[in-house]
Design a protein around this ligand. Structure first.
Ligand code: ZN
Length: 185
């Protein structure tokens, strides 16, 4: 049971009833927005009143979260070129190592610069890797490389794909989530 309304400053607010809730609570989560949880019997307007009484706090939280996402400064064209050089130096080597360790054969690897994905794998077995990967912690970089290698066997994100990836990269779903905190420039 839920309802939404739009506050002119805060944006969309979700009101949700939860049978297990004993009191009204308010959350502001990065990426997910603002939500108010209410006990089953509390009318929605109580949730709205609760939100209104804490609106200043909500705005403050939203501002903080915006800053966190903007933290990293936009790289200059020179930074991008430096990243590209580093990417060319390390990513193909690391990909070859992982492929060897886990018996994958790919066709060709290219370093790309785009803002839409960390990597991709074509049906012909060509792997593209985003030069932004050099900004990631090793653990997450390897996760992306293994993810693309697994696509050599499973082009989709079905059960087989996830089972294989989990066996090579334990905790891969947590890593996938972690990766969403990073921007691609
Ligand atoms: Zn994928």
């Amino acid at each position: 049971m839920e309802k939404t309304f739009t506050d002119p400053q805060v944006g969309r607010v979700l009101l949700r009833k939860n049978p297990r809730a004993r009191r009204i609570t308010l959350r502001v989560s990065p990426g997910k927005g603002v939500s108010v949880t209410l006990p089953l019997l509390a009318p929605y307007r109580m949730g709205i009143r609760f939100f209104e009484s804490r609106k200043d706090w909500v705005l403050e939280m939203q501002e903080k979260q915006r800053w966190r996402l903007k933290d990293e400064p936009q790289p200059s064209p020179e930074d991008i070129e430096a990243m590209r050089a580093e990417a060319k130096r390390i990513l193909p080597v690391r990909l070859a190592e992982l492929a060897e360790d886990y018996s994958f054969t790919y066709n060709r690897v290219r370093i790309k610069h785009n803002s839409s994905n960390w990597g991709s794998c074509s049906r012909k077995g060509n792997i593209n890797l985003n030069l932004n990967l050099v900004r990631l912690p090793d653990e997450l970089r390897d996760y992306v490389l293994l993810h693309e290698l697994c696509h050599l066997k499973y082009p989709d994100h079905g059960q087989g794909f996830h089972t294989l990836l989990e066996s090579l990269c334990p905790d891969h779903r947590r890593k996938e989530k972690e990766l969403r905190k990073y921007r691609i420039f």
